[in-house]
Structures are given as C-alpha cells and as structure tokens.
Design a protein around this ligand. Structure first.
Ligand code: COA
Length: 313
C-alpha cells in the first residue's frame, strides 16, 4: 500500500492536492515480480470460493496490462486455478473492461456457449506509468476483482442487463501508451513507452459519457432514476463520480465509493467496489444497481442488475 505522503516525498505533489482533486488517499502497487495474472488468480480463487463451486467452463479476463503482450493472460489464470482446458481469453477495454467483459460473459451464457463463467477484472496499471509523472502516478493503483456468472432466470436477483456499450477511437490519444504495440514497437523517446493522459479533457468526457450511457441503459430496462438504489461507477476520481451522479439526478450517497483506498484500478475498479460495497453494507441483496464505466479507447458503457445475496470470500 502506498499512501499520498509516500508519493509526496518523491514527487512534486501533496496529500492535500491528491485528496481534493481525486479523492484518493492510498493505492496498492504491485511489488517486483508480481503481475496481473498473480492478482487475477487470487481474485479468481476467492470468487470461486464465494460461489461455492469451481465448475467453470470459461474464464474471461478484463485487462489492459496482460503479463505479456502476446499471448493473452486468461489461459494462465485458468490453468493456475486448476480449471482444466476451459475457454479463456482477455477483453481489453481498459477502465471500461469489466463492463465490456460482463457483456461478453453474459453473451456467452445467453448464446448457450458457456454455463458458468469466471470473470476477472485485473490490472497492474502502475507498470505502465512513468514513476516520475505526477500527473498519473497519484491516480492509478493495482488490483483484481472477480465474479462468477451462471445461467439463470431473468427475474432472479443477479440477472444482468441490458447493456449499453460505446467507443470513440478518434479520441484514443487522450489516454495512450504510444509505443510497444504493432504500430511502434520501440521508440527513441522514453516518454512513448509510458501511459500519458490529458486529464481535464478525460474528466469532461468521462462525466458526460457515463451519465449519457446510464440514461440509455435505464431507458432500455424501463427504470426511472428514482428506481436506482445504488450507482457503481468506475472509480476514476471522486469528483467524476459526484459529477456523474449529479448529472443523473442521483444523490451522492447512492454511490458505492472505495477510491480513497484503491485509486483507479482500471478493469479491477468495479468488482473491487462491489466487494467493498457488500462488506461495508452499502450494497444490500435486492438493491437495484446501475453500473457505469469509462476508459481509454475511448470506451464506455453501462448495465443494471438486481444485487444478489452474495458473500465475498
Ligand atoms: N500534484 C500537484 N499539482 C498537480 C498535480 C499533482 N499530482 N497534477 C497536476 N497538478 C497541477 C497542474 O500542473 C496544474 O497546475 P497549473 O494550474 O499551475 O498549470 C494544476 O495542478 C491543475 O491541473 P489540472 O490538470 O487542470 O487539474 P485538474 O483539476 O483537472 O485535475 C486530474 C487533474 C488528473 C485529477 C483530473 O483532470 C482528472 O481526474 N481527470 C480524469 C483522469 C482520469 O479519470 N483518468 C482515467 C480515466 S479512466
């Protein structure tokens, strides 16, 4: 765990600036030798324990920081969990990854391809950051969270959907690691190998897109804003979460918030907020929950569910 004071000791920033501008107080950072797969395996193990069964026929890993650029990391997660030769693949929609992967897993089940899916959101996002960049280092943290999805009745608690998913590739430069991919494998400029972010523009897009997508999904499911008990938004910045709730006309206390102790954990942010929301009693069985996320790509999306009576392991 790295708190703001530790960061302030080596970067030109302060606990006061980070807290007031982002709501973040501390974040987990992977130690040397630890990776996305290591965290995903631990989260997956706990989700299987909570579900009471390791009977899984697909593993979907939402991540933008796979252990290697090739292959995907989900097969390593599946094999380290001892799940056998199950379907396993990554979904990369960065901070929207968990919502995109929920839609993917729900589609696998609805299409009869899978019966029970282990869905993990995991990112070692700090491995993408320039350690000297005060614009990004305070904001991001590392983590993993997981859920098990199964086929069921659309009326039972936990039933997911509909979904509202979008992207805008014209704005991909707002949040980007320029080098390392097929367009520019290596670069003479060290900055190209690190994540760069145009913070204020991202702030505006994140708020507008999450509010717009939330409205769209509420319209699809036929709920009014007043029907929503809880809003689980991507934990990017407390001010983005508050602005999104305000744009929707939801009270701030409907938000499930854990950003103070996590930072922005990218694809892990929503499942970690879910676990913390259950543990602190914010999320109750039967709650009508709106889930919304925004991330690099740009990508964004939303879904709804009735909160199931789950006990995190
Ligand atoms: N510590 C101290 N000062 C900092 C700082 C830091 N860590 N980072 C930036 N500043 C300074 C800037 O240099 C600027 O100084 P100036 O006015 O002298 O030029 C000032 O603080 C304001 O910077 P600005 O970038 O305009 O601040 P902001 O209020 O927009 O907050 C973010 C910056 C990054 C917190 C905010 O834009 C944000 O959260 N954006 C969205 C990021 C995000 O969610 N990314 C992930 C999307 S999934």
């Amino acid at each position: 765990m790295v708190d703001n004071d530790e960061l302030s000791a080596r970067l030109d920033t302060s606990d006061e600036w980070i807290r007031t501008r982002t709501g973040i107080g501390r974040r987990h950072v992977v130690g040397p030798g630890m990776s996305t797969v290591d965290m995903a395996v631990e989260a997956g193990r706990r989700a299987l324990q909570s579900a009471g069964s390791a009977d899984i026929d697909a593993v979907v890993l939402a991540t933008a920081t796979p252990d290697q650029i090739c292959p995907a990391s989900a097969p390593q997660v599946a094999s380290r969990l001892g799940l056998g030769p199950v379907a396993a693949f990554d979904v990369n929609a960065v901070c929207s990854g968990f919502v995109y992967a929920l839609a993917t897993a729900a589609g696998l089940i609805a299409g009869g391809v899978s019966r029970r899916v282990l869905l993990v959101g995991a990112d070692a996002f700090t491995t993408l950051l320039n350690p000297d960049d005060r614009a990004t280092v305070p904001i991001f943290g590392d983590g993993a969270g997981a859920v098990v999805l199964r086929a069921g009745d659309p009326d039972e608690p936990g039933a997911l959907g509909p979904f509202d998913l979008h992207s805008d590739g014209e704005l991909s430069d707002l949040l980007v690691v320029p080098a390392g991919g097929s367009r520019m494998k290596t670069s003479q400029n060290p900055a190209d190998s690190y994540f760069s972010m145009q913070g204020p523009a991202v702030f505006r897009h994140a708020t507008a897109r999450m509010a717009e997508s939330s409205r769209a999904v509420l319209k699809q499911v036929g709920w009014t804003v007043g029907d929503v008990d809880r809003l689980i938004g991507h934990q990017a910045n407390i001010r983005i979460l508050h602005a999104t709730a305000k744009q929707l006309g939801l009270p701030a206390d409907s938000l499930v918030v854990n950003i103070e102790r996590t930072g922005n954990t990218s694809a892990a942010s929503i499942p970690l907020a879910m676990v913390d929301g259950v543990n602190d009693g914010t999320l109750q069985s039967g709650d009508r929950v709106l889930v919304t996320a925004f991330g690099a790509g740009l990508t964004w999306g939303s879904t709804v569910l009735r909160w199931p009576g789950v006990t995190p392991a």
